[in-house]
Design a protein around this ligand. Sequence first.
Ligand code: ZN
Length: 413
Amino acid sequence: MTLVLTNAQVIDCVAPAAGTPTSVSDRGRVAAGASVTIEGGRIVAVQRGGRSPSIGGADVIDLRGSYLLPGLWDVHVHLEWPRVPAATVAQLTAQYAANARAALVESGTTGIRTAGTPHFIDVALKRAVVAGRWDGPRMFNAGWFLTTTAGHALGTGFAKTCDGPDGIVREIREGMQNGIDHVKLNLTGGIMGPSWDRHTHSFFLPEELEAAFTICRQRGYPVMAHAASADAVKAALRHGAWTVEHGYVMDDECLTLFREHDAWYVPTLGITHLTPDQASTPAEKRWVAERGLTPDLIRRAEDAVAEHRRWFQKALRSGVKMALGSDIRPVKDAVLLEMGLWVKDGATPWQTLLAATRHAAELCGVVSDVGTIQPGKLADLIVVRGNPLEYVEHLRSLELVLKEGRLVADRRS
Ligand SMILES: [Zn+2]
C-alpha cells in the first residue's frame, strides 16, 4: 500500500540534537511544492521543488499547499479529565482512552509520555495501540506517580504513596513487572496542592532517594523526576534523573548540572502561566474559564510564574536539552496551549516546534523512528492550513492526522 502526499509545504523538523547551540536567526525551513511517499507505514521518499513523485497505483492526497510536519508530542501527560469522584477502573479506562484518542485526532498529538496513571491503564492502552486494536497516540508510560505519605497529588487518584527505601523499591519493581517504560518519582510538592504540599518542600529522605535511583539504574529504567525547587532539581540530576519536570525554582548550578549530566528539562509552563489574569489568546481564555481553578491555586500560580519564566528562559538560552510537556488537562488542549506559552515566553516557533517533535522523540528514545520527516521514519504526520513557523497558533488549523501512514483524522471541510 503506497500513499503519496503531494503539493505540500514540508516542515521536516530535521535539526541538530537538542542542546546543540542554534543560532537565534535559525527560523526553520519550509520546502514548498514537496511530496512525501509512504509505504508500509514508513516514509520512503521526500521530494522537493515540485519534482513529481511516481504515483502509479498509489493513493494520492493533494495537500493544496498546506503544511506537512511531524506529529506533535506532549511528554508530560495525565489522561484523566474531568475528575470523576470514586470512579471505577473501568470508568477511568474508558475516559483515558477517549482523552488520548481526542488528543490524537483533534490536536495531532501523535506521541505522549505519561507522568502518572493509576492501575497501569496507560500500559493497557499502549498494548492495544501496539497490537493494532486501537488508534491512539504512541505512548511511553510511567504507571503510578510515586510519592510519599503527605506527598503531592494525593487527591488525584494517580498517586501511590510509598515510604522507606523498601517500600519505594517495591513499588518501582511493581511498575516494572506491569510494563512501565520509565519511573515517575515525586521529589517535591507542587503548585497544585494543599497547604502541607508546597513546591519548596522536599519529600524523600536521602536514603529513600538513593534506593529509588539505585533500583532504576540497576534495571535500566529512566527516572522522570518531579522537582520544583533548586535543591530537588540538583538532587535529581546528581542521582541520574533522565528528565526533570517543572523546575519552577532553580539556580545557575542546576543549569550546569543539566548540561553535565546530559539530562532533559520539561518546563510545564501551563501550570503557572494559565490563570484568568494571564490568559490572553482565545484558547487560553476558554481553557481558564472551563477549568475553574480555585483562588488559592490561582494565587500560587501567580506567585510562582515570574521565577518559573526566568528559569525557562535561562535554560533555553544556555543550551539545556528541553522538550515540550504540559501537565495540563484535557490532553487534547494541552500541547497547543503549552506551545503558545513557549512562544509567549520568548522561544521562537521553530524552537517550540522542535521541542514538540524531534526533541520530544529524542527524549523518549525513538528519534531514529519518528520526530522528523525523513526517508525511513514512521509516518506519524500532521497537516495544518497555516504556517506554524510564522504563527504558532496556526497549528490549530489542523486538517489531517496520519499515524504510521494511516489517515486517522480528516478535518478538511
Ligand atoms: Zn504532572
